[in-house]
Design a protein around this ligand. Sequence first.
Ligand code: AMP
Length: 279
Amino acid sequence: MRLILLGPPGSGKGTQAQRLVQRYGIVQLSTGEMLRAAVAAQTPVGIKAKDIMAAGGLVPDEIVIGIISDRIDQPDAKNGFILDGFPRTVPQAQALDELLKKKHLKLDAVVELRVNESALLQRVETRAAETRARGEEVRVDDTPEVLTKRLASYRSLTEPLIHYYSERRKLLTVDGMMTIEHVTREINRILAAIGAVEARAAAKAGAAKAAKKAANKPVKTARKGLKASRKSAKSAKAAGKAAKPVPGGAKRPLRKAPARAAAKTGKAAKKVTKKRAKA
Ligand code: AMP
């Protein structure tokens, strides 16, 4: 599975990417993380990027495109990856399209985490406080002043990607204002609905998690856990059926407009699944 996570700073891309990594055994490719590592190691790229990053600007396209191209070729990315923080501009998205085409790889979906801008400052402040509490160094760009700049850059340069991927029928929008748990569940659900992940595998992971939780609890609760894992497997089966190709249809018949619309509202997504099941 190959995904892009799209959203402004503080929208939860990193958190959700980590959860997807654990669940599907794919790697998270965060250009921000890679650049921070390059800055810390004082590599030539890091030296170029350091001041730009500290000021909340964007590192030149050729640098980030080069980093991503090399990283995608690494053996651990063969199973799939989540791009977090890349692409950030339309030219980067076009370069990624080219790059994937050359490497004969296909992008499954772009998941947009939609959040209220007013909540972002608070989120970034919380992230900084938590980092400090762990005794780790706080990001130099996690300050209100720099965040304002990063948000402005997101609005003018990155937001056009919503239209870019929507036109290419890749965009899935999730309400990023829900709890972390809810957002994760919603992402997993829509990925299963469009057939990007094996619904059964998605549910198996859910079932295994429930069983593990149950194993650590007293008998009464453990039963509940088992019940939950059965329920989870059952719903996966249904989703699996729904995700199967329809006779005479394309492999993912409802991937186009309905899938996109479905991603925008949870209710609509459920309808799509039902429709598919009928088909
Ligand atoms: P992030 O961790 O994604 O918030 O990125 C931190 C900083 O790294 C950004 O504010 C940019 O300065 C730089 N950066 C990360 N990804 C990109 C990218 N795709 N294009 C340009 N600059 C980037």
